[in-house]
Design a protein around this ligand. Structure first.
Ligand SMILES: Cc1cc2nc3c(=O)[nH]c(=O)nc-3n(C[C@H](O)[C@H](O)[C@H](O)COP(=O)(O)OP(=O)(O)OC[C@H]3O[C@@H](n4cnc5c(N)ncnc54)[C@H](O)[C@@H]3O)c2cc1C
Length: 246
């Protein structure tokens, strides 16, 4: 706790999100092993390296026909730093995900806030369900930056004022906005990640287009890049089959 409002860290602003793959046990061979137990029983582990083309074909068949469970025998843990507004959407994904997020009750929240970068399209056009985002003018960008930063500073000062007066963190945090950065560990498997990516990214190969908020898509894109390196055959089959989770 700080004694006076002048001692606390001053707000900082950022327009990016970060995703780090901290732990994984995930490979295309996990899919093959799980699928081949159906026919090869305990011998299935030996089958993996025998015929690479057949392996690729099998993964594609499983994806196409939506035999999903062989894609669950793997694990990836990501450390994600993003604004609370992203986590609010993220945690709607209930199946095949485990989450642990930093606490606003047990620690003082740090003043890092989201301000959209210059490349963030600012203006929504069209009706809900059928709208597009277009570039904002420089004036709109300047206004957004100024208004957000002023608002964040005011909110964080109010938070600090309450902490300095002895108010509990869990009460004082009520004044902090959803643009505040948080961090969490999120663990998933390839099947649950594919479901997430199908809904939270826009991609030219998607046969069922989605219209996610750009900030959660930024997280999704970084997770996708990590996963693609771990399971290239599964990743290729996901794209080839329209980015629909099996
Ligand atoms: C573009 C976009 C806009 C959205 N807008 C809103 C919004 O305005 N308001 C809002 O509240 N949410 C909104 N959402 C969240 C959305 O409704 C889902 O909660 C979220 O996408 C998670 O999807 P999911 O339930 O399929 O995932 P998961 O919870 O991971 O579930 C995976 C799958 O398991 C099955 N399943 C899980 N739970 C159940 C259950 N209880 N009963 C039956 N089957 C189940 C379903 O097949 C489901 O697809 C939006 C999502 C997107 C992508």
């Amino acid at each position: 706790m700080t004694d006076s409002p002048t001692e606390y860290a001053k707000p900082t602003f950022r327009g990016d999100v970060t995703v780090e793959l901290v732990k994984h046990s995930a490979a295309d061979s996990d899919v093959l092993w799980a699928a081949r137990v159906s026919t090869a029983g305990e011998q299935s582990l030996e089958e993996i390296t025998k015929d690479p083309e057949r392996s690729k074909g099998l993964i594609n068949y499983l994806m196409r026909d939506r035999h999903g469970s062989p894609f669950e025998h793997n694990s990836m843990t990501f450390f994600i730093s993003a604004p609370i507004l992203v986590f609010r959407e993220f945690m709607r994904h209930r199946v095949g995900w485990s989450y642990n997020e930093e606490s606003g009750r047990y620690r003082e929240l740090q003043p890092v806030f989201y301000v959209p970068g210059q490349d963030r399209k600012l203006v929504q056009e069209g009706r809900p369900g059928k709208y597009v985002f277009v570039e904002g003018s420089q004036e709109q960008h300047d206004l957004t930056t100024r208004v957000m930063e002023d608002s964040y500073r005011q909110a964080y000062e109010a938070y600090q004022e309450m902490l300095a007066a002895g108010v509990a963190r869990e009460v004082a945090r009520s004044v902090l906005p959803v643009g505040l950065f948080s961090s969490m560990y999120a663990t998933c498997n390839a099947r649950s990640l594919m479901h997430f990516l199908g809904l939270r990214t826009q991609h030219e190969q998607a046969t069922v287009p989605s219209f996610p908020q750009r900030e959660i898509e930024m997280v999704g894109e970084q997770m996708e890049a990590e996963w693609a390196k771990l399971m290239p055959l599964t990743y290729a089959a996901f794209n080839k089959n329209g980015r629909v989770a099996p």
